[in-house]
Design a protein around this ligand. Structure first.
Ligand code: VTB
Length: 345
């Protein structure tokens, strides 16, 4: 499944990132998102595949494009039988976030990216648009830290696994009122906190790479982004755990409905009967083949942002595959017209 797909999905995230980057710093987050969605969908529909969106822009009624359940790829188009051989093609599931960190793009801040994850049908957890408590950590701490333990205990374990003292650790936490106590606990334990306003996918994945100076992600972010992070962490051998949050007493704003009972019913209607289950990366991205691709929109810890210059655009992407066991950084110059100079630095 992955040989050519691995190359084509680079272009999918690149096109989304470039489209969105045109809106960087313009203060219009919805437009920055919408153009990324359109560009991602357009490029995806040129790939020889039969794909289905399992995590996307929302339910069909709310999202005109890349909605959950939308079929994508050349081989899902009405005239597909003329050029696609259905016997050759396995069905694949796709989780997308064309503009992860819309506010970051709108305000010209670091850490936004276009991102997606792919697996064979059923290989990605179809998370509802709820919140998720998350714990990400480097591969050395995989299975040793535990979301059910306190932050203090986890920091002790992490320090041992990484052979450093707690005050040499940096934990990323989203700057939200819901995290006031968590932030205090991390600081009291001696570690340092890096607060981000948005974009916890990038933070989660950064834990798996030495040299990023990010050693853990703790706290509550969105569930769909949790599945995308898990797909990357599964391939990278990093630690990732997620637990759905459905109780409005824990997170009052944003995605989830007003009543805990109604939220529980929604989960059970989706076939999630153990709402408090802690999922690990292998469960959130359980497929045999898992591919992940991201392209920086604004600069980030792992990737540069999109840079425009006369006649061209330069992007940096990351493609991760559990089959080829590669994490490939791809630096691309897109020649929009015959450029006067190719910007290599
Ligand atoms: C989370 C986080 C994302 O938005 O979804 C956040 O996972 C929304 O949380 O990375 P709030 O509702 O508390 O704002 C992001 O930061 C970016 O979209």
């Amino acid at each position: 499944m992955e040989t050519t797909l691995g190359l084509e999905i680079i272009e999918v995230v690149e096109q989304a990132a470039i489209a969105s980057a045109h809106w960087m710093g313009k203060g219009e987050k919805d437009t920055a998102d919408q153009v990324a969605v359109e560009a991602m969908r357009e490029r995806m529909n040129k790939i020889y595949m039969r794909g289905r969106i399992v995590i996307g822009e929302g339910e069909r009624d709310d999202a005109p494009m890349l909605y959950i359940g939308e079929e994508v790829g050349i081989c899902t188009q009405p005239d597909a039988k003329d050029y696609c051989n259905p016997d050759e093609l396995i069905e694949i599931d796709i989780a997308v976030d064309p503009c992860e960190g819309t506010n970051l793009v709108a305000y010209g801040q670091n850490g936004s990216m276009a991102v997606l994850a792919i697996s064979e049908k059923g290989g990605l957890f179809a998370a509802p648009d709820f919140y998720m408590r998350k714990l990400a950590a480097p591969p050395q701490a995989k299975g040793k830290v535990d979301i059910n333990k306190s932050a203090t205990e986890n920091l002790k374990i992490l320090a041992e696994c990484l052979d450093r003292s707690i005050n040499e650790l940096v934990v990323v936490v989203m700057q939200r009122d819901r995290h006031t106590e968590l932030i205090k606990e991390i600081r009291d334990a001696g570690a340092r906190v890096r607060l981000i306003t948005d974009g916890d996918v990038s933070a989660a994945i950064s834990c798996a790479f030495a040299g990023t100076n990010i050693h853990a992600l703790m706290g509550i972010g969105a569930a769909p982004e949790g599945v995308i992070s898990a797909a990357a962490m599964r391939c990278l051998g990093g630690h990732f755990q997620g637990q759905l949050i459905y109780d409005p007493a824990i997170v009052k704003t944003g995605l989830i409905g007003e009543s805990k009972e109604a939220n529980l019913k929604r989960l059970s209607d989706m076939g999630i009967n153990e709402p408090d289950k802690v999922y690990n990366a292998d469960e959130l991205a359980s497929g045999e083949t898992v591919l992940f691709a991201a392209c920086g929109i604004t600069p980030g810890v792992l990737m540069e942002g999109v840079r425009f210059f006369h006649g061209g655009v330069r992007t940096q992407s990351l493609v991760i595959s559990n089959q080829s066991m590669t994490a490939r950084f791809v630096d691309t110059i897109h020649m929009v017209e015959s450029p006067k100079t190719l910007q290599l630095h």
